[in-house]
Design a protein around this ligand. Sequence first.
Ligand SMILES: C[S@@+](CC[C@H](N)C(=O)[O-])C[C@H]1O[C@@H](n2cnc3c(N)ncnc32)[C@H](O)[C@@H]1O
Length: 267
Amino acid sequence: MSNYDPANAKAYNDAIVIRYYTRLSGLTPQERAVLEPLVPEIRDKPLLDLGIGAGRTVPELTAISRDYVGVDYSQGMVDFCRAKYPDIDIRLGDARDMACFETGRFRFVLFSFNGIDTVNHADRLRILKEIHRVLEPGGSFVFSSHSRTPYEARARAEKARPIGEKLRSARDSLIRILASPRPSNPEVRKLANRLRNNPREERTGEYAIVNDPGHDYSLLTYYIHPDRQRRQLLEAGFRDLGPAIDGQGRPVTDCAETPWLYYRARK
Ligand SMILES: C[S@@+](CC[C@H](N)C(=O)[O-])C[C@H]1O[C@@H](n2cnc3c(N)ncnc32)[C@H](O)[C@@H]1O
């Protein structure tokens, strides 16, 4: 297993990536569908928001409870959030080690927008156990993760693309690189990132580590089938797993179209 975590952590400290997250606001329909049924039981209760990025979820969650802690391991994201929300408890921290929080401290934990997909397999399992630990009995955990099914369909379609078409795309991006061969050119960044990250992709029966186009190919990202994800949750000690939720807010067991699914689990 290659150790791509430092490269992913570096990507989330990159100014261009941080700027992308500063432009996001509000919850998605998928997130509303998964959160709304929980609101009555988490209102005014201790909430932990992991991987807050530039704080997209801060207004929505602090409207549910002011007993709120936001955490991210990117100093750049945390600095931005603290400047934007000076009255909110925002901490620099890593979901892999939450020793700063006592067992059973939170009623609800959110790890939105696939933040958990940034770490390697062993660390993902560690995070699930850490989240289980910091939840109080009966507390809920909501998160999203990239779904392997649509990714595999895309990969098959890409493989089947006629060779002439592939060569034309390669030629077009080469022309764009030669027109401005500087690191500020997104095409140059994409090529450099692909050359570095593509050889570190992995496929196992349980998961795939994919160098997808997100943030100019700067990340290696964890993809998983929903049935495997549910098993990981059960093994971490969670119970009462709701169905995974697709991009339209509908329950699914697997989904060919939605790139990532939301999950809900209870301690
Ligand atoms: C895809 S961004 C989503 C940001 C934000 N939640 C949103 O929806 O706009 C994922 C975030 O998770 C953070 N992250 C990834 N792994 C983390 C970890 N192990 N501990 C804390 N934060 C992490 C990244 O720094 C990044 O800000």
